[in-house]
Design a protein around this ligand. Structure first.
Ligand code: LLP
Length: 415
């Protein structure tokens, strides 16, 4: 399934559910996700790796809804986490700690202890100070942590600067030229086993060749480390495969990419780990919004909708493009060029700029597409806006997997 969304008789469906029914029943803005699409994307990874030791660790940060995590856990996914909160979510959703890798430059002592006690698979470490802290905490608990150092392979991901991470100037990882010395210095630490190498060079890569280049550099590094006596077992290549947001964006060939990686590692006896987020959930999701007003501006029009940067920050933060389409094919002929804006008091509060759209009228619904990743998870209560509901669709069934926030929840914990 390339996308779970299609028009039937002029009305948009997600799987076998008419999206307008969800919007009418639950109100807007509302996020919806297709369970089959998410499962299908996960299987694409898993099946392309069958026969090689591997684990696909879904990046929880992309969409951490418990029901999404549960369905991935049931499909056999491991999880890539970046905080204690994400570990808590994974555990609550029935995910096994033994399938969890923990990434991030700023793990706190409490988070490390929580992960050690839970018995996660491994830590992807980003500095020597962090390795030392993990070693000390693990030794105190009578444990030994499996550690991979996140390598910065100095490969340009050629993506948006805010989501590019694999160059020397970035805060992530340790430069590839320093790695061997880092492992040597960690050799004597009782609380850690230095048995992996990891990297993640950026996100939303439509061209997978930088990922393959990074993998090559890491496989060479593995052999150099082995020559020094380190029993490296795991190669974690991170996430990063992009999705087509624009109609003419090329769709990366996940199976082809994984076949290339299999080829690269086949003589090296490594267990492969991947941490895909966006490519699993982005296209499975949409944000549905209602048009509130159409407002003429100078030389353009504003379409004011009830979703805002608080629901989907990607356009404001990265100038990201999301397709916006009406739930019902418009009866009014012609198009309008408009900025699609939300109610938040910021000029950066837009979902699209100068977009040619059909004649959608106030009261009608639109869907912001490819919003299943980095959408709801990055939403906020700015302007005291309750966060949107989330709905999971499966076949002809749908259910609310997170209620819309209430005003009472907005002030919870305050005096
Ligand atoms: N592994 C690590 C270490 C990461 O930092 C990330 C994403 C992933 C895996 C998952 O990457 P993916 O497969 O989703 O590309 N908010 C931004 C994206 C931030 C990505 C952060 N790290 C956006 O909306 O585009």
């Amino acid at each position: 399934m390339q996308t779970p969304f299609e028009y039937r008789d002029g009305s948009m469906f997600c799987e076998d559910v008419e999206v307008e029914r969800i919007a009418a029943a639950e109100g807007t803005p509302v996020y919806l996700y297709s369970a089959s699409a998410i499962r299908g994307r996960f299987r694409e990874y898993d099946e392309a790796l069958s026969g090689v030791p591997h684990r696909v660790c879904y990046a929880v940060k992309a969409n951490g809804n418990l029901s999404v995590l549960r369905l991935l856990a049931e499909a056999g996914a491991g999880f890539d986490i970046v905080s204690g909160g994400e570990l808590y979510r994974v555990t609550k959703a029935g995910g096994e700690a033994a399938g969890v890798v923990f990434a991030g430059v700023g793990k706190t002592r409490d988070e490390i202890e929580m992960a050690l006690e839970a018995g996660i698979h491994s830590f992807n470490c980003e500095s020597e100070a962090e390795i030392a802290l993990i070693a000390a905490l693990a030794a105190r608990l009578g444990k030994q942590a499996s550690v991979a150092v996140r390598v910065n392979p100095d490969v340009d991901a050629e993506t948006h600067p805010y989501i590019s991470t694999g160059l020397k100037e970035h805060k992530f990882g340790i430069n590839i030229s320093e790695i061997e010395q880092v492992y040597e210095r960690a050799r004597g630490l009782a609380g850690v086993r230095m048995e992996g190498v990891a990297c993640h060079i950026g996100s939303q890569l439509l061209d997978t060749s930088p990922l393959i280049e990074a993998a090559k550099r890491l496989v060479e590094l593995v052999e150099r480390l082995r020559a020094r006596g380190f029993a490296i077992k795991y190669l974690d290549l991170g996430g990063g495969i992009g999705v087509p947001y624009k109609p003419d964006d090329a769709r990366p060939d996940v199976a082809g990419f994984l076949a290339a990686i299999r080829e690269l590692v086949k003589e090296h006896g490594l267990t492969l780990l991947f941490e895909p987020g966006r490519s699993i959930v982005a296209e499975a999701g949409a944000l549905v919004t209602r048009v509130l007003y159409r407002k003429p501006g100078t030389g353009k029009e504003f379409m004011v909708v009830d979703a805002a940067m608080t629901e989907l920050i990607r356009p404001a933060l990265y100038g990201a493009y999301h397709e916006i389409v009406p739930l019902r094919k418009s009866r009014v002929p012609g198009t309008v060029t408009a900025d699609v804006v939300g109610p938040v008091c910021e000029s950066a509060d837009f979902l699209a700029k100068g977009r040619e759209l059909p004649q959608v009228m106030p009261g009608e619904y639109m869907a912001v597409m490819t919003a299943g990743a980095y959408g709801w998870v990055a939403s906020s209560n700015y302007n005291a806006r309750p966060r949107a509901a989330e709905v999971l669709v499966e076949g002809s069934e749908w259910r609310v997997v997170r209620r819309r926030e209430t005003y009472e929840e907005l002030i919870r914990g305050e005096e």
